[in-house]
Ligand binder design. Structure first.
Ligand code: HAM
Length: 424
């Protein structure tokens, strides 16, 4: 029988990569609470209805990409394809608006979309997201964009471009949609099949087509920015002015239409040329209609999500990170020494040191090789002779310097002798 492999579009995150994940999680866990965001954890599956209503039936996500199934009780459930709809559901369900003011929330976890897997695109992927619910102030839009920017900067990623657009309010979009239909209809036969289909269902998405012929036709299509009403225009102007105030550079991109239907006003994406076809590291925008669409009181909101697999790809190009927390590697051979080593490892760990115990009982030379690879700065060497004498040999792995010490002395001086991981 053949062995079983991970499902298509899913992957294991192994030790060689985990340090990057831990690093970005650590940065998020400091940066976001500093701006008064609180973590929220919502279920991995929800009622299918939530996503159909929230994300929009005409979107690719709902139309083609959801993992929808019936449970044993006959309910239609869906693995969450994104985080915003679940967060808004929780906001309404728990009456978080009654707590007054603005709710600032963040989340991190797996999302599921049935897409064709390729570099930076999976069927189970991870997002870090934030949502500010309860403010229509343009400063909220700019706060979230600035946090995205600061998160990346703290990770050392400084070469992303910010693409910015406004998709207006529903009335603006209604007028724009009509203008697009007018524009594209004469070209209908020349559009790619998907775009022909979108002409009636979701004409804005035609602007997002990757088909060269459709793109060429779309070049001269009307711009959403010419269809913004006065309120939308004021909001968008303020967002731009505040971004400039904060020295956050952006590129206006009137063709930026995001793949989810809930957006109103500000829409944005951070993109990287280093990622190839899947260039969006993350994106988001305002969604002033979603809370009421899902049955809550009319409440404006804005947020974003970052695709963490893509972020890890960028981080790996920058700085090599390793996950080792090991200060001391313990080598032993002989039955007395091996029992002694187990005990010594535990005593040193109780002092807060990182200690790896070699369990192989192989030749000292082999154990030394593993010590060199372990990332520890010192090896402790125990044979039966040392154990009987109550001593231990210390070898500093970089310099090769060696000393023999009483084990009692080792235990009192261990902190100053060995601690390295905290300095690194
Ligand atoms: P989204 O643009 O659909 O927005 O997804 C955000 C990010 O998730 C993308 O930019 C990408 O980095 C990553 N992503 C999406 N699909 C995949 C995939 N199949 N494989 C790997 N990464 C992927 C949202 O999901 C919105 N909920 C963002 C938001 C929050 N808007 C307002 N608040």
């Amino acid at each position: 029988m053949g062995s079983i492999q991970a499902s298509r579009g899913t992957r294991d995150i192994l030790a060689d990569e985990i340090a990057y994940w831990q690093r970005l999680e650590a940065v998020a866990r400091t940066l976001l609470p500093q701006a008064a965001y609180q973590e929220i954890r919502t279920p991995l599956f929800e009622q299918t209805d939530l996503f159909e209503r929230g994300i929009g039936e005409a979107t690719d996500v709902v139309g083609k990409e959801m993992y929808t199934f019936e449970d044993r009780g006959g309910r239609s459930l869906t693995l969450r394809p994104e985080g915003t709809a679940g967060v808004v559901r929780a906001y309404i369900e728990h009456g978080l608006q009654a707590q007054g003011g603005v709710q600032r929330l963040w989340y991190l976890g797996p999302m599921f979309r049935y897409e064709r897997p390729q570099a930076g695109r999976q069927r189970q992927f991870h997002q870090l997201g934030i949502e500010v619910i309860g403010s229509r102030d343009p400063r909220a839009d700019v706060e979230v964009i600035a946090l995205f920017n600061d998160f990346l900067t703290q990770l050392g990623i400084t070469d992303l471009s910010l693409e910015l657009n406004s998709v207006g309010n529903p009335e603006d979009r209604q007028r724009y949609r009509a203008a697009l239909v007018d524009y594209f209809t004469p070209y209908q036969q020349e559009l790619d099949a998907d775009s022909q289909d979108r002409l009636s269902r979701n004409p804005l998405r035609i602007l997002d087509s990757k088909d060269p012929r459709t793109q060429a036709i779309a070049v001269a299509a009307p711009s959403i920015l010419d269809y913004l009403g006065p309120d939308s225009k004021v909001h968008f102007d303020q967002v731009q002015a505040l971004l400039s105030d904060l020295d956050i550079g952006y590129r206006l991109n009137p063709r930026l239409v995001r793949g989810l239907d809930y957006y109103t006003h500000t829409a944005f994406e951070f993109q990287s040329g280093a990622l190839g076809a899947q260039s969006a590291v993350g994106g988001g925008g305002r969604y002033d209609g979603l809370v009421s669409e899902l049955g809550g009181p009319a409440t404006p909101a804005v947020g974003w999500a970052i695709g963490l697999e893509r972020l890890v790809l960028l981080l790996q190009r920058l700085q090599p990170l390793s996950a080792t927390e090991i200060d001391v590697y313990i080598i032993s051979k002989g039955s007395l020494a091996e029992a002694n080593a187990l005990k010594l490892a535990r005593q040193l760990r109780q002092q807060g040191l990182g200690v790896e115990l070699d369990l192989s009982s192989s030749a000292f030379s082999k154990q030394f090789k593993r010590a060199d690879r372990s990332g520890a700065s010192v090896a402790l060497v125990l044979g039966d002779e040392e154990t009987q004498a109550g001593t231990v040999q210390i070898k500093w792995l970089k310099s090769g310097e060696q000393r023999t010490l009483a084990q009692t002395q080792l235990l009192t001086e261990a902190q100053s002798l060995f601690r390295t991981s905290s300095e690194a």
